[in-house]
Design a protein around this ligand. Sequence first.
Ligand SMILES: Cc1cc2nc3c(=O)[nH]c(=O)nc-3n(C[C@H](O)[C@H](O)[C@H](O)COP(=O)(O)OP(=O)(O)OC[C@H]3O[C@@H](n4cnc5c(N)ncnc54)[C@H](O)[C@@H]3O)c2cc1C
Length: 416
Amino acid sequence: MSNPSYGTKPRVVVIGAGITGALVAWRLQRSGWQVTVLEAAHVGAGSSSRTAAGIRQQFSTAETVVGMRYSVGFYREFCSLVGGERSPIVQNGYLFLHALEERWGAAQARVEMQRHFGLTDVVALENTELVKRFPWVDPHAVLGGTFCPSDGFLHPETVYNEAIAAARRLGAQVHVASPVLAAEQRGGRWSAVTTPTGRFEADLFIDCTNAFDAALQLRLGLTALPIAPLKRYLWFVQRSGSVFAGASGEAAFAAMPLVIAPSGAYCRPENTESLLCGWAHDAQPEPDFTMDDQDRIEPQFFHKGGTDTAGYETWASLAEVIPGVGEFAGITATTCGYYGTTPDHNPFLDRDPAVENVIRAAGFSGHGAMFGPFSALVVEAIANQGRPDSISVLEQDIPLSAFRIGRQLGHESMVI
Ligand SMILES: Cc1cc2nc3c(=O)[nH]c(=O)nc-3n(C[C@H](O)[C@H](O)[C@H](O)COP(=O)(O)OP(=O)(O)OC[C@H]3O[C@@H](n4cnc5c(N)ncnc54)[C@H](O)[C@@H]3O)c2cc1C
């Protein structure tokens, strides 16, 4: 499908207004489409307001390293590109800690690959060097770590609110409280979708519902994609005056990178007083989850349920490598939301094989906040060029095969 610059603008409906939908809407409106956003509840009603919002370029495949380098650059330029006054990115870095020889060896090899693909500031730090730089890490608990100072975390509400506002300024229509309930299909194409508030015709439709996609695809007759909605929790641990060994006070705490312990538990400063912690505990897929289920906390995960709940287990696991965290005062809050998880933890960014004018941008697993700018770039290329095999990102030709529907589904190894 082409996007002619003459005559009436081609129309596109974007379904869902999280980070993905908001950035896609802004990007497509800017590139000549007439965008209508249909959001079931309100802007940011899904995982985008419940996320740890980490952003890293330390990945194990070339396309994701380059893609996330693009995302980091985009978020750094966000205010001038999109709008707003507050940068959405905090570049405190990402520190992956390793305690097993085999994993540490593989991590060092990954750093070589990442540097080859332009991530020049990532380093592999042996134990001694590591604790010199991060004196709050227990030297007896780790062999080493990989650190990239330009990684970090996002203010997700800045991303989706500013992107939607910018899309509106450019002329996009945004309808909240407008769940898409049905689609009119003719000859392998959609002609319109309906919500309780109206019927919306378009030339192209973009599904940006991520974890909600599992329910949407059934309802709307789309190709069934393996996207499992998995509940994921976050806990907030109060510092209350405690500081790390070797670090002095608030500023040092606020500058802490996002740290991933050898166990997979992770943490980062939420503000000068509290630490956000998470861990991908075992979970059963919940394909029929509702909006309200997003905030339903199961007893074994709720910090008020006692010290044998998952939040305390996560806190204790982090304290094994960062002893100072063990001195913190206590967990003050539990929040949760859903990952839309795929078998290889890569999203689907592709046209639906059954409905030619529907693009699926879903299945972001634990990565949708960081993927946002790259996802929108790929969706724009698909919208304007048909179904390109690759796109040019930071002067590199990036194959899109890793994001195709129907790809061989393997396993990505660095998942949080
Ligand atoms: C605890 C937790 C930690 C996370 N940590 C990270 C992290 O560190 N880094 C990272 O990058 N990612 C992380 N993620 C994942 C990330 O938050 C998501 O991948 C990302 O927010 C997905 O954004 P999205 O816009 O694609 O989907 P969402 O934000 O879920 O938006 C989908 C939207 O679609 C709407 N919708 C649903 N059905 C319909 C319908 N029928 N019609 C119209 N609208 C509909 C919903 O209301 C919602 O607003 C985490 C997620 C969780 C839960």
